[in-house]
Design a protein around this ligand. Structure first.
Ligand SMILES: Cc1cc2nc3c(=O)[nH]c(=O)nc-3n(C[C@H](O)[C@H](O)[C@H](O)COP(=O)(O)OP(=O)(O)OC[C@H]3O[C@@H](n4cnc5c(N)ncnc54)[C@H](O)[C@@H]3O)c2cc1C
Length: 441
């Protein structure tokens, strides 16, 4: 049976767009359906956040030819002196975003040379250093909008791709030979057939729901308050992960003398913090983080993200594969969610590349099962790791406090423990896809 597309990707967020770019060397007809334009204020993936990309993710983007543009700020002109212009008045939440007319100067990727992990008010700490791993950087901090721009440029250069944006997937049916997807563009609805549908439509995936795949969602009872601050002392490319009694607080080095802040808190503490004026908010944040980076001089826009862990019962069905947040969501404490999703992309692209060369049906369950089997361990290890961090470090039980601080000291002092943590956080643990080893498909 002749289909309209070989592969239809639903969701052109960070993970779905990355898959479309990864598949471009293959002689396949790819369709990408994205509901919200990349530059829109309402775009849920390319928003005000920054993302810590692991060493392994940088290598994937390097191999895909996306890194160079991303490193320079996503493809727009790079003006470090005006990067701070992005600090416009704050939004009350992620849905209510101010106009982005000052946001034309996205900044480049900032390398992380060291990571400092500590338990606020206790003795334990651990330090990870790029010298321990013998690499130029442990990871890089990029703005989500810059990633959106870099991916958009790469998609525009992809000859075998048809992109529908803005367009929403409204329904999907799975038949023996093809899947059929209903796509709304304004008043108009089209139906497209494909050998394989890839769900990259995020944590509340409609594709997953329509396929009848169970997703177990557990609220962390924490909300991430995200912003950036300009600090008196330079961050010197150090990332700080500070565990506090109310939740983890991360400071990630950014361009133009700023740090990206991800402050996870009980939900009822977030609204009052969003309502404070800048000076009062800075005082609260300073009190929580301390003076290690000197005084905080200026704070950017604030937004809030409720946090949940999602585990799905299946990641593949005949003619369907789930990737990224549609397949798993994790707490941002270790900055692993997107990195995990990008490894889904690299593994699935490799399997589809092999299948295309062998002339196999791309929607065949036995083939997709290879992807599911490959990804299971990585997703499980990262989920267990992040959930343990949240549970163990959000617990005030005194003996547990002592044990976790001894754990931090052990990581700091014991080379094998440090090496294991480095490999995990750098995205180099387990079986690596070709793209993560710097090899093309
Ligand atoms: C506060 C916070 C900080 C984070 N920090 C990090 C970090 O430092 N490092 C890291 O690796 N990860 C981080 N993450 C995780 C990361 O943001 C996610 O893993 C990533 O956004 C997942 O991308 P995705 O493309 O799978 O899903 P999404 O980003 O949710 O994108 C889904 C896309 O699908 C589109 N869509 C949805 N439904 C439809 C439909 N019916 N039709 C068409 N299109 C549709 C949406 O418009 C959207 O563009 C963080 C998360 C949070 C909340």
């Amino acid at each position: 049976m002749q289909t309209d597309y070989d592969i239809l990707i639903i969701g052109g967020g960070m993970v779905g767009a990355s898959l479309a770019v990864a598949l471009r060397p293959l002689p396949l007809r790819i369709g990408l359906i994205e509901a919200v334009e990349f530059e829109s204020n309402a775009q849920p993936s390319y928003d005000d956040r920054t993302i810590a990309l692991s060493f392994g993710s940088k290598r994937i983007f390097d191999t895909l030819g996306v890194w160079q543009r991303l490193e320079a700020g996503g493809g727009r002109s790079r003006h470090p002196a005006t990067c701070m212009d992005a600090q416009v008045p704050r939004a009350q939440d992620a849905q209510e975003r101010p106009s982005r007319d000052t946001d034309t100067s996205l900044c480049g990727a900032t390398p992380i040379h060291k990571i400092h992990i500590s338990d606020r008010g206790r003795f334990g700490f651990a330090r990870l250093d790029r010298a321990d791993a013998g690499v130029e950087a442990l990871g890089w901090v990029v703005e989500n909008r810059a990633l959106g721009q870099a991916l958009k440029h790469a998609l525009a250069e992809t000859a075998n791709l048809t992109m529908f944006c803005p367009a929403s997937m409204e329904g999907v049916e799975f038949g023996a030979d093809a899947a059929t997807v209903s796509v709304r563009r304004g008043e108009h609805i089209d139906r497209f057939s494909a050998r394989l549908v890839v769900a990259a439509d995020g944590g509340r995936s409609l594709v997953r729901e329509q396929a009848g795949i169970d997703a177990h969602r557990t609220e962390y009872r924490q909300t991430a308050l995200v912003t950036n601050v300009t600090t008196e002392r330079p961050h010197a490319n150090v990332a700080y992960e500070r565990f506090t009694e109310s939740g983890p607080l991360a400071f990630l080095p950014m361009s133009a003398g700023r740090c990206a802040v991800v402050w996870s808190l009980p939900p009822d503490q977030v609204e009052p913090l969003l309502a404070l004026d800048d000076a009062a908010f800075i005082a609260k944040l300073q009190e929580r983080f301390g003076l290690r980076l000197g005084r905080f001089l200026k704070v950017g826009r604030r937004a809030a993200y409720p946090l949940a862990h999602t585990q799905v019962s299946e990641t593949v069905r005949p003619r369907l594969a789930l990737i990224g947040n549609a397949a798993h969501t994790v707490h941002p404490v270790a900055g692993q969610g997107f990195n995990l999703g990008l490894r889904d992309v690299a593994a699935l692209a490799e399997i589809l590349g092999g299948a295309q060369r062998d002339g196999r049906d791309l929607g065949e369950l036995a083939l997709l099962q290879q992807y599911a089997n490959w990804r299971r361990r990585d997703v499980s290890v990262i989920s267990t790791f992040t959930n343990s961090l949240v549970r163990v470090f959000s617990n005030d039980f005194a003996p547990l406090g002592i044990a976790r601080n001894l754990g931090l000291v052990a990581v700091d002092l014991l080379p094998p423990a440090k090496r294991a943590l480095l490999r995990l956080s750098m995205g180099l643990a387990g079986r690596l896809p070709r793209l993560a080893r710097g090899l093309r498909l």
